[in-house]
Design a protein around this ligand. Structure first.
Ligand SMILES: Cc1cc2nc3c(=O)[nH]c(=O)nc-3n(C[C@H](O)[C@H](O)[C@H](O)COP(=O)(O)O)c2cc1C
Length: 221
């Protein structure tokens, strides 16, 4: 598979088959992804592969945290406090696409909430990956992390697997750290659902749009 094919084939998948992911596949994915570049080769990534009973227990704890605290309190701000265009419009369109394919109207707050909750179960994927970053590392390491995460997602495609990167899984970092035994110094960067795509699920049936190259690029010479 060409890299460009994998780039186009990758998409966020939010419903998975009830089929375990082979341990050796997970290992191959991480073994390939570790070749991602990082500033001065710091390789700041730390990965927890969570499945089986451990995942079930953590899913429950994450859902309980959502019930208790509502909006989470991640270790860093992913999004701006106040939205402006063009980001605001793209974000709204992203939500609309999801809820319209699921037939959940704007006023159905309970339906939206139930769908949002599925985040904390990593969309019932057989595997949830959690990613940690030492608190002494700075903004640059988030760039490194992005490259590592995309590498994982591309190799997953090559392995016939599907993923959904999830900021939602970083919303209750203390729950994740405690459940998995990571010290407080490790920030939870995000999580990722990993498994075999349920191709019959309507939630997986749409693709998100992208801007044309000319809309975000200027050429100089
Ligand atoms: C770091 C990161 C965090 C994300 N967090 C979530 C999340 O918590 N829940 C979710 O459903 N999708 C999440 N997404 C998926 C985005 O909504 C998705 O990537 C975007 O809409 C583009 O669609 P595509 O991935 O299918 O190309 C996240 C994506 C990234 C890169």
């Amino acid at each position: 598979m060409k890299v460009s094919e994998a780039l186009k084939a990758r998409k966020s998948v939010r419903a998975f088959l009830d089929k375990p992911v082979e341990e050796e596949k997970i290992h191959r994915i991480l073994k390939a992804a570790r070749h991602a570049p990082s500033g001065t080769n710091t390789q700041p990534w730390l990965v927890a592969v969570v499945k089986g009973q451990k995942k079930q227990a953590l899913d429950k704890q994450m859902l309980a945290a959502y019930e208790k605290f509502g909006k989470g309190h991640p270790n860093y701000n992913y999004y701006p406090q106040e939205w402006i265009e063009p980001f605001k419009g793209r974000r709204v369109a992203c939500g609309k696409q999801l809820y319209s394919v699921l037939n959940i109207p704007r006023e159905d707050k309970a339906g939206q909430r139930a769908q949002w909750q599925a985040n904390y179960r990593a969309f019932d994927a057989p595997v949830a990956l959690y990613f940690f970053l030492d608190e002494i590392m700075e903004t640059g390491s988030f760039m490194d992390y992005g490259m590592f995460l995309q590498s994982i997602m591309l190799v997953a495609v090559e392995e016939g697997l599907a993923t959904c990167p999830q900021a939602a899984l970083s919303e209750y970092p203390e729950v994740v750290r405690e459940a998995l035994g990571y010290e407080e110094r490790y920030r939870v960067v995000c999580g990722m659902a990993l498994g075999y795509e349920d191709e019959s699920a309507v939630i997986n049936s749409y693709r998100t749009p992208r801007e044309e190259v000319d809309n975000f690029t200027r050429f100089f010479e």
